[in-house]
Design a binder for this molecule. Structure first.
Ligand SMILES: CC(C)(COP(=O)(O)OP(=O)(O)OC[C@H]1O[C@@H](n2cnc3c(N)ncnc32)[C@H](O)[C@@H]1OP(=O)(O)O)[C@@H](O)C(=O)NCCC(=O)NCCSC(=O)/C=C/CCCCCCCCCCCCC(=O)O
Length: 719
């Protein structure tokens, strides 16, 4: 709702009251319409201030209303009525003014913002465009190039930038509403002719066609198949080329297409899923709201390789005191320099001082004796990690949480090396750890709820999206990656090329296809793991048994490349060719293609033509099938956890909502049918055998993704 009061005798104060973010729900919109009517009809009111309660102006349209039958007054006429008012209306912006919230403010005649406020037309991040006049008013106010930048990216701007751009008229460090009321008193009675943005001519760039062509190209490239950024450009183009009323019609037309699109549903699902993963639960029944985290002031990082350095930087940037330990002399000296450099670059970008004094370095593990939490980030080797955990268990003060940054190893086994296994959890960071947003917090059967709550809270403090998952080989992300990678190799054996597979995946929306990604991360990483698992047999043996390991189909292609020293970008050769070691541009490699042909001949494989659909179905459905197994095993609490891990950690295109959401969009029955088809065609690939949970969900009528958790619980109780 919205409340109308009169303050300072002649100022009508309209306060949006819809916690937690004053979203513009039907009731709130009705409240604003009524309050504006009261303010305009009250002869004692000479000017009006609109603000939001609890320190936040407005989080925009109520996203929960989308996809429902929307009732109540529409936003566009409501904002027009405010702009058309003959009494000055001032927006008092505290906290956030996002999406429809900023559009409401743009309908006001003046905007006063608190210095800590953030503003943005964020609709594009939800698969929409600013359809409450934002695409037409913002370019008229700040010019086409700046408006395009804000609208196509949805980026948040600070009050200072908003002032510089001309979005707000005044920035204050004091009470925003008091300042806005003073402002409103000062402009009462003044002409509003020059204050109605919709009446401004849109500044017309000299070569409109060339400008929009260039922007459209850039946006298409970075959108990776997302349609909303493109519609945003088209809407702003309408502002630059058409009168306001026609521009508004175009804005509405474009919005109508986006509003019901699968992409908008996917992006809005991601918005809520990102928040839902914070409300974690464990199979034991422990939950986020009943488990109290301990506050961590001082942390240690053991091992200053690539991961350890990133983790140390992220901890220091979050304001913690950090003890960084590296026992090897050469790595120690190099890491100190690198960590300082990383902090200095980060601070420069943020315009702050680098927190260099937050980190103390040591070559002696005894230096961690008094820390509250340790993150072990030594080489991915169980024997080495075991030793570190045994040491930590005797060195650290009572109650210190011991975390391992492993990407696949058994967290419970490491816990068993310590005196207090309940204090041990996994914190699986993604490289570069100070940049990547995802953190898998891995609990073992003995991890205490407090240890999980503490790691989750620490992740949040470090600016991560943290997801609590159970302990199994590869946890959630890497466990699902395995069948995906395997399928890609099998496709190569059967006749595909890296270019075909990567092309299909990139068209789907991945930033990099599986082979380019593997070249980037290094082929030797997986080789080492496969060697450890006893899967690698050197040499190019022939015959069908050469492609069976441990009773199931196996492709030695990756091993064979590694035997040739082709480790990817770092060696200048992998699945592609690079101009020199370390170069990033993947080029077609004739050697690789001859190698594949020779390999097929040697193994008696006749290459067949395959299309992008088969590539997508086999790679993605194998991955999704494993996702269902993860849900079945209780390793992830719900589909949202898996989807957020994939969107934030594995560059799954956000506008496709994550693998489990995507499966629900494709239709579970179809996914099941195609898995059955591929399993029949390839009975030696167990990953293709449809998971029981998938079968049972289909049998129970394929509930929508937000009902899976409930459905899984019900299915479990029936067992
Ligand atoms: C920065 C925030 C605002 C606050 O952040 P923080 O303090 O960290 O808190 P959160 O945890 O994020 O949020 C707290 C809870 O609030 C929920 N929340 C947040 N924002 C909204 C919202 N806008 N609506 C509903 N709920 C919201 C959030 O989910 C949390 O609850 P829970 O934990 O999930 O339970 C931050 O929250 C934030 O960034 N919010 C989003 C801001 C944003 O992007 N806003 C834009 C919204 S879209 C919009 O405004 C669009 C406007 C254009 C006009 C729309 C017109 C609609 C109808 C048109 C129909 C035309 C088509 C016709 C088709 C046809 O013809 O048929």
């Amino acid at each position: 709702m919205a409340q109308f009061t009169r303050v300072s005798r002649s100022v009508g104060l309209i306060t949006l009251q819809n916690p937690p973010v004053n979203a513009l729900s039907a009731v709130t919109r009705q409240g604003i319409v009524d309050a504006v009517k009261s303010a305009l009809g009250d002869p004692k009111v000479k000017s009006v201030v609109i603000c939001g309660q609890n320190g936040i102006f407005c989080g925009g349209a109520d996203i929960k209303e989308f996809g429902t039958n929307i009732t109540g007054p529409p936003l566009v006429p409501m904002i027009h009525a405010i702009e058309a008012s003959n009494k000055p209306v001032v927006a008092a912006i505290e906290g956030s003014a996002f999406g429809g919230g900023l559009e409401l403010a743009l309908g006001c005649h003046y905007r006063v913002a608190h210095s800590k406020a953030k503003l943005g037309l964020t609709e594009v991040t939800l698969g929409l465009l600013p359809a409450a006049g934002g695409t037409q008013r913002l370019p008229r106010l700040i010019g086409v190039p700046a408006a395009l930048n804000l609208i196509t990216t949805g980026r948040h701007v600070t009050a200072a930038e908003a002032l510089q751009l001309g979005i707000v008229d005044q920035v204050t460090d004091h009470n925003t509403v008091d300042e806005a009321v003073k402002f409103a008193l000062s402009v009462a009675g003044k002409s509003l002719d020059a204050r109605r943005i919709s009446t401004y001519p849109c500044p017309r760039p000299s070569d409109v066609d060339a400008l929009f062509e260039e922007v459209m190209q850039k946006v298409r490239q970075s959108a990776r198949g997302a349609i909303a950024p493109i519609a945003c450009v088209q809407a702003v183009r309408a502002a630059a080329t058409l009168p306001y009323s026609q521009g508004m019609e175009r804005e509405q037309e474009l919005m109508a297409t986006l509003f019901t699109s699968g992409q908008a549903r996917a992006l809005q699902y991601c918005f809520f899923a990102q928040r839902a993963v914070g409300r974690w639960s464990m199979p034991s029944g422990a939950r986020w709201d009943t488990s109290k985290p301990r506050s961590i002031r001082k942390a240690a990082v053991i091992g200053l390789g690539t991961m350890g350095r990133g983790i140390a930087v992220a901890l220091a940037q979050a304001g913690l005191s950090v003890v960084a330990v590296e026992t090897q002399e050469k790595q120690f000296t190099e890491a100190k320099k690198m960590v300082s450099g990383m902090m200095e670059r980060g601070a420069k970008r943020r315009g702050t001082a680098p927190p260099l004094d937050k980190i103390t370095y040591s070559q002696n593990i005894q230096a961690v004796a008094d820390v509250d939490l340790v993150i072990e980030a030594v080489f991915e080797d169980m024997a080495l990690k075991e030793k570190v955990f045994q040491q930590l268990s005797t060195i650290c003060k009572q109650g210190t949480f011991l975390c391992t940054n492993t990407s696949a190893l058994d967290v419970d086994h490491l816990a068993s090396q310590t005196r207090n296994p309940e204090l041990v959890v996994g914190m699986h960071f993604f490289a570069p750890a100070h940049v990547m947003k995802l953190l898998e917090v891995v609990y073992g059967p003995r991890s205490s709820p407090q240890a999980v709550a503490t790691a989750m809270q620490l992740g949040k403090k470090m600016g991560k999206v943290s997801v609590a998952v159970g302990n199994c080989r590869g946890f959630v992300g890497n466990r699902m990656l395995k069948p995906y990678l395997e399928q890609a190799l099998f496709l190569l054996e059967e006749g595909a090329t890296p270019e075909l597979v990567d092309g299909a995946l990139e068209e789907f929306g991945f930033a990099l296809g599986v082979f380019k990604m593997s070249d980037l991360s290094g082929l030797d990483v997986g080789w080492k793991i496969r060697k450890g698992d006893g899967l690698v047999e050197p040499g190019l043996a022939s015959g069908p048994s050469a492609r069976i390991r441990q009773g199931r189909r196996y492709s030695p292609l990756g091993d064979l490349l590694c035997e040739q020293g082709r480790f990817g970008q770092k060696t200048g050769q992998g699945w592609y060719r690079y101009d020199k070691p370390g170069s990033r541009v993947a080029r077609y490699d004739p050697w690789l293609h001859s190698f594949l042909e020779e390999y097929r001949t040697q193994h008696g494989i006749v290459a067949r033509r395959m299309d992008q659909q088969e590539v997508l179905e086999r790679c993605l459905y194998a991955l999704i099938n494993e996702g269902f197994r993860i849900l079945e095993d209780g390793i992830a609490a719900g589909p949202e956890d898996i989807d957020i891990i994939y969107v934030f950690g594995y560059s799954w295109p956000r506008h496709r909502g994550g693998p489990m959401f995507y499966a629900s969009m494709v239709g579970l029955a179809k996914v099941l049918k195609r898995l059955e088809h591929y399993h029949q065609a390839h009975p030696d690939i167990p990953y293709m055998q449809p998971c029981n949970l998938l079968r049972r969900l289909v049998a129970s009528g394929s509930p929508p993704v937000h009902k899976w958790k409930e459905a899984i619980k019900k299915l479990r109780s029936q067992l």
